[in-house]
Design a protein around this ligand. Structure first.
Ligand SMILES: Nc1nc(=O)c2c([nH]1)NC[C@@H]1CN(c3ccc(C(=O)N[C@@H](CCC(=O)O)C(=O)O)cc3)C=[N+]21
Length: 286
C-alpha cells in the first residue's frame, strides 16, 4: 500500500486562486490592494527563503508587499520601531515577524507590541487567547493549514486520535486547540522530547502531526497502518532538507503530507487568507 498524497502544493494553489478573486474585489472597492508586511531580522538562509516565498505568493494574488529587513545585531528598540511603523501604516493590512529572532532579542515582547488586528500569524497573545476562548480572530497559519488540508482530503477528524509531536509556539501548542473544537472533534495528545514511550503514543494515533524538528523521527514501525501522517519538520543539512517523517513511513500510512509539498505551502496560503480576511474586516467597518 502507498499512502494517498495530501497535496499541499496543489491545494495551496487552489486556495490562492480563490483568494485572488477576493483581493481583486477588495482592491476595486477600496482603490488599493491589501498589503502584507514581513519583518526579517538577521541573515538565516532558511528565514530569507521563507520570506521570499511569502512575497512571491503575494505578487501572484495581487497583495502588496512591505518588506522590512534588519541586521542580525539590531537592537530590541530598532525592531520595535519597525513594529510601531507597520502598526501605523494604512498600507499594511497585516504583517508577520519571522521567527526565530536572533539572540538576544525578545520575541515575546515584539509579538506583544504588534497591533492584534494586524497579526497575520495569529501569534499575538490576544489572538492566542481568542483561540483558547473560541472567539473569532486570526488563526496560526500552520495549524490552520493542516486542518484545511485534512478537510479537503476528507480525512476523518471527528473522534480521531491525533498525536502531535512537538510543542513549539507556531505548531504544536496551538494545533490541539483547533482540532479539539466541536467542529473538528478530534482527541489530541501532545508529545515532545520529554515524552516517555513516544512510539506507543504515535502508534495509537489515526493522525500524526510531526513537528519536532528532528529528522526521520517518525519511522514506519511506529505508525498505525492506514494512519495519516503530516510532516511539518524542516531541517537544513548538507544533504538538503530533511523532514521529521522517515521516507519509508509513507509505505504504511494511509495519507501522507510530505515535506516539501505538504504543510509548508498550506502555511503560506493561510497567511494570505489571514491578510485577506483582515482586509475584509476593515472594509466592513470602514
Ligand atoms: N512568524 C513566523 N511565521 C511562520 O509561519 C514561520 C516562522 N515565523 N518561522 C519559520 C517557520 C517555517 N515556515 C515555513 C513556511 C513555508 C514553508 C514552505 O513553503 N515550504 C515548502 C518549500 C520548502 C523549501 O524549499 O524551503 C514546502 O514544504 O514545500 C516552509 C516553512 C513558516 N514559519
Amino acid at each position: 500500500m502507498t499512502a494517498q498524497l495530501l497535496d499541499g502544493k496543489a491545494t495551496a494553489a487552489a486556495i490562492r486562486r480563490e483568494l485572488a478573486e477576493r483581493v481583486a474585489k477588495l482592491t476595486a472597492d477600496s482603490g488599493r490592494p491589501p498589503g502584507l508586511g514581513t519583518v526579517l531580522v538577521g541573515d538565516d538562509p532558511g528565514s530569507h527563503a521563507y520570506v521570499a516565498g511569502k512575497h512571491r505568493d503575494c505578487a501572484q494574488i495581487g497583495v502588496a508587499s512591505l518588506r522590512r529587513e534588519l541586521p542580525a545585531d539590531a537592537t530590541q528598540q530598532q525592531v520595535e520601531d519597525v513594529i510601531d511603523e507597520l502598526n501605523a501604516d494604512p498600507a499594511c493590512t497585516g504583517y508577520i515577524v519571522q521567527l526565530p529572532l536572533p539572540r538576544p532579542l525578545d520575541a515575546n515582547a515584539v509579538l506583544e507590541r504588534m497591533d492584534p488586528a494586524k497579526d497575520a500569524d495569529g501569534l499575538h497573545p490576544a489572538n492566542l487567547g481568542r483561540l483558547v476562548l473560541g472567539v473569532e480572530g486570526p488563526l496560526p497559519c500552520t495549524p490552520r493549514g493542516i486542518v484545511e488540508l485534512l478537510r479537503r482530503y476528507e480525512v476523518p477528524l471527528a473522534g480521531a486520535r491525533v498525536c502531535v509531536v512537538g510543542r513549539g509556539i507556531t505548531v504544536g501548542r496551538p494545533i490541539g486547540l483547533l482540532l479539539t473544537r466541536r467542529s473538528e472533534n478530534a482527541t489530541v495528545t501532545l508529545c515532545h522530547t520529554g515524552t516517555k514511550g513516544l512510539a506507543w503514543h504515535v502508534r495509537e494515533a489515526n493522525i500524526v502531526v510531526a513537528a519536532a524538528g528532528s529528522p526521520g523521527l517518525i519511522t514506519k514501525d511506529m505508525l498505525r497502518p492506514g494512519a495519516a501522517v503530516l510532516d511539518v519538520g524542516i531541517t537544513r543539512t548538507e544533504h538538503g532538507l530533511l523532514g521529521d517523517v522517515h521516507p519509508e513511513a509513507a509505505q504504511v500510512a494511509g495519507w501522507h503530507a510530505p515535506m516539501p509539498g505538504g504543510v509548508g505551502p498550506m502555511t503560506r496560503a493561510m497567511l494570505l487568507a489571514n491578510v485577506v480576511e483582515a482586509a475584509e474586516r476593515n472594509a466592513n467597518t470602514a
